[in-house]
Design a protein around this ligand. Structure first.
Ligand SMILES: [Zn+2]
Length: 103
């Protein structure tokens, strides 16, 4: 059965799938709908960048291993991208074959 609940922010009656779950909420769902939570997060990130940075910083400190892993992946991604760009001229099959080259 699909239960509906009313968003405490926008007042819209929406199916429970439109609400994020929350461990602290009594019924396991947040009071505001997903759209309201999203716009709230966006607004917060814009209005208080330093607060967000502080949160990220605290998270990094608490999860150094996870943070290292994220950095490692980002580095590998950047490296692969750069490598692909460097080899575009010599190794790109389209450029190499002459197809798609300007006359
Ligand atoms: Zn809402």
């Amino acid at each position: 059965m699909m239960t509906e609940r009313v968003c405490i922010k926008c007042g819209a009656s929406l199916p429970s799938t439109e609400f994020y779950s929350s461990n602290s909420a009594t019924d396991g769902l947040r009071g505001a709908c997903k759209e309201c939570v999203r716009s709230e997060n966006r607004a917060n990130a814009k209005a208080k960048p330093e607060e967000r940075n502080a949160r990220v910083k605290a998270w990094r400190k608490a999860n150094p291993d996870a943070w290292r892993e994220i950095q490692r992946k980002a580095r590998a991604k950047r490296k692969a991208k750069k490598l692909a760009e460097n080899h575009k001229q010599c190794c790109d099959p389209i450029v190499k074959s002459g197809v798609g080259e300007p006359p």
